[in-house]
Design a protein around this ligand. Structure first.
Ligand code: AMP
Length: 142
């Protein structure tokens, strides 16, 4: 077993959190930011990242998990409602061996429709479509 490297603030999501890179935002408060995945595995694929810098689940402070997971749940509810989904797939990867590519803790929220498969990885979504889904999700926050 190898120990994880230290958090690198130059990761893409760190840059998005600091406003150095753009994102299509659907939710933000003092705890978390949620924005659209630009390589969506389904229409409405959304990411939720905590504002506290952490590489993955294991180096995130346990005392902050409750507030952060409450935001994950809130975004998940808006994604399901806004996308009129039948269900949700929620994913969280840790380290390369676990499938992680961006090393700032994040949860994937994937709205699922009965019988509809995931799209292949690594295919960029159309900007206009992503904006349309983001609008639906934003409107679903109570
Ligand atoms: P992973 O680290 O494997 O959980 O996946 C990182 C996710 O971030 C992938 O689904 C990418 O499509 C997504 N991604 C990478 N760069 C960006 C970006 N600039 N904006 C939004 N999503 C991104």
């Amino acid at each position: 077993m190898t120990s994880a490297p230290a958090y690198d603030p130059q990761n893409i999501f760190g840059k998005i959190l600091r406003g150095e890179l753009p994102c299509v935002k659907v939710f933000e408060d003092d705890v978390a930011l949620a924005f659209m995945d630009i390589f969506p595995r389904v229409d409405g694929h959304t990411l939720v990242v905590p504002k506290i810098p952490a590489r993955g689940l294991l180096d995130f402070p346990a005392s902050a998990l409750g507030p952060f997971m409450e935001r994950v749940q809130r975004v998940a509810a808006a994604v399901k409602s806004g996308m009129k989904a039948d269900g949700l797939t929620i994913q969280q990867f840790n380290e390369s061996a676990g499938g992680q590519m961006v090393f700032h803790l994040h949860f994937h929220i994937l709205p699922r429709h009965e019988g509809a498969p995931l799209m292949p990885p690594g295919v960029a979504g159309a900007n206009a479509e992503i904006e349309t889904y983001a609008d639906k999700i934003r409107r679903a926050f109570a």
